[in-house]
Ligand binder design. Structure first.
Ligand SMILES: Cc1ncc(C[n+]2csc(CCOP(=O)(O)OP(=O)(O)O)c2C)c(N)n1
Ligand SMILES: [Mg+2]
Length: 606
């Protein structure tokens, strides 16, 4: 057998860190690594997932970790254009604090510095996204310490690191053992110990503060995932209500009467009220950015739990910061909690939830042309099994997901949470399926995002689904022929009439496109068809695209409607925005549309 190359060494060493699934796309700049991955695949030591675009490789490497597949995401792409393409997916990892190592091809060392084809200054280009560690390997003896440092830094700092690999170096003979001599470093592929618990004094201080609260609110984010039991116990001990940041939505059952669901611009009214009325705030694993949805700065005394101390006190002035693992910290906190909660606080929260749920039903059942998207998304809740995985794109889908979809612990759900990039939905669903081929996945994707990259990644689904033990892969396309999310932003925030040439999305028969690929497909055009279409999609023995023709005029309403936003919508109505005139309000009391119409009537003197 020929001696191992640098590429083989790199792949084997990454395997020591648990990174065995490579999402990528070949090119001569990364050829030596791709060939090495191929040899590892043959031996059963690695898996290669070829996607349709390098951006997908970045998103999928990120999502694989988020769905609990790999401990460390890896993507491998070629020099120049491949490296540029992958950037967006890597920024998704960086902003959501997910460990990913990017393997980037580069021109051969002999050509470097000559403005060679596909030669970009990758050290500089990746200096931001992989700022914690970006390194160009120029000698085989560097491989071991370069991989170990890239992996360790990505894991410990929960971020992106990058290895730049000139093509000739990838094929050079590996140096598996470096001499014990000056200038050489021996490193380990052993991860650090996991984060622990804060000091006892800090825990006591936090407990004293929380015990003194009368109306305790908890805000749980991605860091709380995996701590369902501990979070429930602490919330019960404090008689607290819990709101969830988008990335933490799966931590608690949305139907519990002390859980107010999502928070923020896309969140629920009860979450807004919870924050408005609380006197004490416990934040767990979150830096939810919509600061106007937190309590007033001097309203609540606050404690924050986070694995990263630099994120404590970032959004709200805290009195005690507990730096540690959320689950262990909550466990340690529990015996110190001796509050005697006033039941009236949770009773009030339950009343808010009841009213919100009733309004949700009204909104979803309001007439629409031809179909109300909230009705379709609400129809999903009862069909999702406890092992379901959900991937959501950026658009109105995010809003309906946040408000209308009931999740339960055990389900896995994620999205591009901080970068909020369009085009995350399909790559996330693909990664979820590679992480857990035995579980069903649902992707909720707008038509704009579907045309951005989703229909291309359907080809990847068609290529790979037969290898999955559970073939269910349901793609719900919210086909509103519009970039509706930004159209609503333009109406509500700027008072602008959306500019058709910028906002219109060409109509496309997504179901028929799926059928062309050998997948299931179905167009859904009226409320009477929702149940049958969803039942069919979840029962199908192959991936299925449900092309839901939904109304772009169903408004996305912030949980509290500010006068400025109402006036904005009113202004766009007065300027003759046909979609705004069509806003669906039947039965809904508190929509932007309804409020805006009232303002319009007032302004017109009707
Ligand atoms: C890569 C990227 N480009 C642009 C945006 C801005 N943006 C956010 S939502 C949205 C509209 C999404 O349209 P679509 O996928 O059709 O979903 P809809 O809102 O219509 O349901 C746009 C353009 C973004 N978040 N990401
Ligand atoms: Mg759309």
């Amino acid at each position: 057998m020929s001696s191992p190359t640098v590429g083989d060494h790199l792949v084997a060493r990454l395997g020591r860190w648990g990174a065995r699934r490579f999402y990528g796309y070949p090119g001569d700049g990364i050829g030596g690594v791709i060939s090495a991955v191929g040899r590892a695949v043959e031996k059963g030591d690695a898996e290669f997932v070829q996607v349709r675009h390098e951006e997908t490789a970045g998103f999928a490497a990120t999502a694989d970790v988020k769905y609990g597949g790999s401990p460390l995401g890896v993507c491998a792409v070629t020099s120049g254009p491949g490296a540029v393409h992958v950037l967006n997916g890597l920024y998704d990892a960086k902003l959501d604090h997910i460990p990913v190592v990017a393997l980037l091809g580069q021109s051969a060392t002999s050509a470097l510095g000559t403005s060679y084809y596909q030669e970009l200054d990758l050290v500089r280009l990746f200096g931001d996204v992989a700022g914690e560690f970006v390194f160009q390997v120029t000698d085989p003896s560097q491989v071991q310490h370069a991989v170990d440092r890239a992996a360790r830094t990505a894991l410990e700092r929960r971020t992106v690191t990058a290895l730049i690999l000139p093509s000739d170096v990838q094929d050079a003979d590996a140096v598996l053992e470096v001499p014990h001599a000056h200038g050489y470093t021996h490193t380990s592929a052993v991860p650090g110990s996991l984060p622990g618990v804060p000091r006892p004094e800090a825990l006591q201080q936090a407990a004293d503060l929380l015990n003194a609260g009368r109306k305790v609110a908890i805000l749980a984010g991605a860091g709380a995932l995996g701590a369902t039991a501990e979070l429930t116990a602490v919330a019960d001990a404090l008689g607290a209500g819990v709101a969830k940041a988008l990335l933490g939505k799966a931590v608690l059952d949305d139907t519990l009467d002390w859980v107010t669901g999502a928070i923020g611009l896309l969140g629920t009214r009860p979450s807004y009220d919870l924050m408005q009325e609380c006197d004490t705030l416990l934040m767990i694993g979150t830096t939810m950015p919509y600061t106007e949805y937190y309590p007033e700065p001097d309203q609540a005394r606050a404690v924050q739990i986070d694995v990263d101390g630099t994120r404590c006190g970032l959004r709200y002035p805290t009195e005690v910061n507990l730096v540690g693992d959320a689950r262990l910290t909550l466990q340690a906190l529990l015996p110190l909690l001796h509050a005697e909660p006033d039941p009236s606080w949770r009773e009030k929260i339950a009343r808010w939830n009841t009213a919100w749920r009733a309004w949700g039903e009204e909104r979803a059942n309001a007439a629409a042309k031809p179909l109300n998207p909230e009705l379709v998304v609400r129809g999903l809740s009862q069909r999702l099994t406890d092992d379901a995985m959900i991937a959501v794109d950026c658009g109105t889908a995010t809003s309906w997901y946040a408000r209308d979809l009931d999740l339960r612990p055990g389900m896995l759900a994620s999205l591009s949470g901080t970068l909020l990039s369009m085009g995350g939905g399909m790559p996330y669903a693909l990664a979820a399926k590679h992480a857990h081929p035995d579980r069903p996945v649902l992707a909720i994707v707008g038509d704009g995002a579907m045309q951005m990259n989703g229909i291309n990644e359907l080809i990847t689904v068609a290529q790979r689904w037969r290898t999955w033990s559970d073939p269910r892969f349901v793609v719900l396309v919210l086909n509103n022929r519009d970039l509706s999310f930004v159209a609503w932003e333009a109406r509500a925030m700027q008072g602008e009439v959306p500019f058709d040439a910028a906002m219109d999305v060409p109509d496309l028969p997504y179901g028929r496109y799926a059928e062309l690929l050998g997948l299931g497909g179905r167009r859904l055009e009226g409320p009477g068809e929702v149940d049958a279409a969803l039942d069919e999609a979840f029962a199908a023995r192959r991936p299925t695209v449900v092309d839901a023709v939904v109304d772009p005029a169903v408004p996305m309403i912030p949980p509290h409607v500010s006068l400025q936003q109402v006036l904005g919508t009113a202004k766009s109505q007065l300027r003759g925005d046909p979609a705004a005139r069509d806003i669906v309000v039947e039965g809904a009391r508190e929509t932007i549309g309804a409020a805006a119409r009232a303002v319009v009537r007032h302004v017109k003197g009707d």
